[in-house]
Design a protein around this ligand. Structure first.
Ligand code: GLU
Length: 310
């Protein structure tokens, strides 16, 4: 394992890893708050990683806007922010390790060809293994995939309970280097979580189904497995995921204490009867002293609160 910048650090190390595809929204605020409370309650570190690995999806100014929103909410992080765009060599080294160990193959299939095979998993079409034993005649490499095996990968999620995923059934061999030459999210996350010394991953349930792939990569790369806690995904009352790209109202319109109080209630945590809507420290101190992850609803989705504008 590569040396981590936090080797000699506290035993607990959490992180928040937003993608700069828009300003902080309520769903990412609750993920940030839950991981901050979990790490700080344990006296641990809380690191920030900007997942700007995907330039086409990046919105100019979003990374800075997310950092300013976290500061305004009093969610302070340790050390410098890690930017994934600076980490390509590390992802490439991990990819080469997988290749050297024979876990990776070139794939020449496009989405249409994969969908035409008709295999469906919980996240969409399952890769049918077409190029596993070599590119079929007439196809050239579009991406690199990692082989998976037909067995259950299980982990105990601290909020959602025991989870088991069979990658052969649910996703098939998955992409580690995309057709546009960008290292896949699954690979980057695993490399960075290990390098940053992350011991617990607290994030939204939209990533619950990614966890099996990440554990598989940790096993292949010989990296430690962090603990996992997936909080409910904040959805609109009428259903879809709250999205940074869907034009949700920027959180900065609301007083920060008011936002924290709503986020704490969403996480099932107590809120004082009275609090100053503009102050964050008293609320964060109150929440830290009473943090109990067992109170987080063990649901995959929960309606986001309708917060009236001041
Ligand atoms: N960058 C991902 C997102 O914003 C989160 C990754 C993670 O927490 O593992 O959805």
């Amino acid at each position: 394992m590569p040396a981590t910048p936090h080797e000699a650090s506290a035993p607990v190390c959490g992180r928040f890893a937003p993608s700069p595809s828009g300003p902080l929204h309520f769903g990412s605020l609750v993920a940030a708050l839950a991981s901050w409370l979990s790490a700080r309650h344990a006296g641990g570190h809380w690191l920030l990683r900007m997942e700007d690995i995907d330039p086409p999806r990046e919105v100019p100014g979003a990374a800075d806007s997310i950092l300013r929103s976290l500061e305004r909410l009093g969610l302070t992080w340790d050390g410098p922010v890690l930017y994934q765009r600076t980490r390509r060599d590390a992802y490439q080294a991990a990819l080469e390790q997988l290749q050297a160990d024979g876990h990776v193959f070139a794939c020449g299939c496009n989405r249409k060809q994969i969908a035409a095979a008709g295999l469906r998993g919980p996240e969409g079409p399952v890769y049918p293994g077409t190029c596993r034993n070599g590119l079929p005649p007439g196809r050239s490499m579009r991406m690199l995939r990692v082989r998976v095996t037909d067995r259950d990968i299980c982990f105990d999620d601290r909020c959602q309970g025991r989870q088991c995923q069979n990658l052969a059934r649910d996703t098939g061999d998955f992409v580690v280097l995309r057709f546009d030459g960008i290292h896949a999210y699954q690979l980057a996350v695993v490399v960075d979580d290990a390098w940053q010394g992350i011991t617990e991953v607290v994030r939204g349930c939209d990533l619950l189904l990614s966890t099996g792939r990440q554990i598989w990569l940790q096993e292949l790369l010989g990296l430690p497995r962090p603990g996992y806690l997936h909080i409910p995904l904040a959805v609109r009352h009428d259903g879809p995921k709250l999205s940074k790209r869907a034009g949700d109202a920027p959180l900065d319109q609301w007083p920060p204490g008011e936002l924290l109080a709503h986020a704490l209630r969403f996480l099932g945590q107590p809120v004082p009867d009275e609090y100053a809507p503009d102050a964050t420290m008293p609320l964060l101190d109150f929440a830290l002293s009473r943090w109990n992850p067992e109170r987080i609803p063990s649901r995959r989705r929960l309606p986001a609160p309708a917060i009236p504008l001041p």
